[in-house]
Design a protein around this ligand. Structure first.
Ligand SMILES: Nc1ncnc2c1ncn2[C@@H]1O[C@H](COP(=O)(O)OP(=O)(O)OP(=O)(O)O)[C@@H](O)[C@H]1O
Ligand SMILES: [Mg+2]
Length: 445
């Protein structure tokens, strides 16, 4: 995203010199000829940085700093001051200024300080995102038709700032879709914050989302910045938005319309620039009918609706996903896992009610517990093995085929019961280990 800076300086030559120099660095720079003008601009726009003279007629640099910290706490302030006024500058550092610079100064020194500050802001943004979304940044696997439609929709919405409502069954990858939208958008190097509305007690949600001032309520012994403010300039994911209490839904609607938030116990609204993504497993239209979700908010959220397909609707992706997870978990253990034909077939045939999360968990468990890197059918959980009765087809009276089917069934069951231990299975079946091995080869079990 483009860095936006405001320069407040009453002395014309100084102002123009600083402006030109900063603009030449590729930053978007606005100017204010005094503190009052600067304040009006801070109320209207969203700046990464305000560079202000300390001594100005009317509202001076110190007052401007205090207002900026109140109205736009994420905006940093660098103050400029003449030699001999260092005390005032140091005082401003205590009040929250990021830096000060003594006039006359070298323009390269100014660039250096601005760049250093912007680097720190970028690192902060990344840390905040990492904390909030650890592990949510891996590629979306799948090349089936429904997946291709999903990927193309994602790439379209990354071009905009519109609110997106992501709907899908549990474990289909809604969070991954949200992360993909953020990291492919122009906000990628700004914070990405995820809030799980289902996990926060209703009474604490307002303060969690919008923050609170010191003393706003019993126990609020210090100022707390809410998730929306943390996400400023970036993206917020309101996960399980269907679980948001009605009282807070009204406030969310206002935030979306006004692009400003108010901390609990706050004195003034704070301008924010946050892209909102929502995810839900609930059918929100149904919730609207039941009266548990506001209709106006529902329409405001689903400017762009995205439905994440279930794994059942994209069975073609199962193999690709399986290989992806086997490789990933194998890498962690320094092994290369492969599936036997039977094991792979059983996975493909399984309906996956828990979607990709279930597939992922099964494969992870398997790679930990499987005795060898070649995963056999009996290494799979019982519901996936799906061993069907090996029935003799109607009208088929071939004794050899019937015996073979029965033999195969018994062998598989013995192997399942002994978790693939051939010595124990052979014992259970009353045959030698060699005989079992030959029959397994014959029946491709
Ligand atoms: N297309 C995909 N490619 C690779 N991994 C995926 C894909 N979709 C989902 N996953 C993985 O599946 C798991 C579940 O995904 P995610 O948490 O995004 O689902 P969800 O829809 O948010 O589920 P819930 O509704 O339960 O919160 C995660 O481990 C995720 O990394
Ligand atoms: Mg989720």
């Amino acid at each position: 995203m483009i860095t936006r800076i405001l320069v407040a300086e009453d002395e014309e030559i100084m102002r123009i010199t600083v402006l030109d120099h900063l603009r030449n660095q590729g930053w978007q720079v606005d100017e204010a000829t005094n503190g009052t003008e600067a304040l009006a601009l801070v109320k209207k726009n969203r700046y990464d940085l305000v560079i202000s003279d300390i001594r100005m007629p009317g509202i001076d640099g110190e007052q401007l700093l205090a207002e900026v910290k109140l109205l736009a706490p994420r905006t940093e302030v660098i103050l400029m001051t003449a030699h001999g006024n260092t005390d005032a500058a140091v005082h401003c550092l205590r009040k929250g200024a990021a830096d000060y610079i003594l006039k006359p100064f070298d323009l390269d020194d100014l660039t250096f300080r601005v760049q250093r500050l912007l680097n720190i802001l970028a690192i902060k943004a990344r840390c905040v995102s990492l904390e909030s979304c650890c592990g949510q940044r891996h590629p979306l696997i799948g090349s089936s038709a429904p997946m291709q439609r999903l990927l193309s929709l994602i790439s379209q919405v990354t071009q905009t700032d519109s609110t997106v409502l992501i709907h899908g069954e549990s474990g289909t990858g809604k969070e991954l879709v949200a992360a993909a939208i953020h990291y492919e958008s122009r906000r990628e190097d700004k914070p990405y914050i995820r809030v799980n509305c289902a996990a926060i007690p209703a009474g604490l949600m307002e303060s969690e989302l919008f923050g609170h001032e010191k003393g706003a309520f019993t126990g609020a012994d210090q100022l707390s910045i809410g998730k929306f403010e943390l996400a400023d300039q970036g993206t917020i994911l309101l996960d399980e938005v269907g679980d948001m209490p009605l009282a807070l839904q009204v406030k969310l609607l206002r935030v979306l319309q006004e692009q400003e938030i108010e901390r609990v116990g706050g004195k003034a609204p704070i301008k924010i620039d946050v892209r909102v993504l929502c995810a839900t497993t609930k059918n929100l239209a149904e919730e609207v009918r039941k009266g548990t979700f506001r209709e106006d908010l529902y329409y405001r959220l689903q400017v762009i609706p995205i439905v994440v397909p279930t794994l059942r609707e994209r069975k073609d992706d199962i193999v690709e996903l399986t290989n992806f997870f086997l490789e990933k978990f194998g890498e962690e253990r320094g092994l290369t896992f492969t599936l036997t034909r039977d094991a792979s077939q059983a996975i493909k045939n399984y309906p996956f009610p828990g979607n990709i999360r279930e597939l992922r968990n099964i494969l992870e468990r398997m790679t930990v517990l499987a005795p060898a890197p070649e995963v056999q059918i009996w290494d799979l959980p019982i519901e996936i093995r799906g061993i069907k009765e090996e029935t003799v087809e109607k009208g088929d009276v071939n004794l050899a085929a019937a015996v073979a089917a029965a033999e195969r069934k018994c062998i598989r069951e013995a192997l399942v019961k002994t978790s693939g231990n051939k010595t124990e299975a052979a014992e259970m079946l009353g045959i030698s280990r060699k005989n079992l091995w030959e029959k397994m080869k014959q029946y491709q079990t």
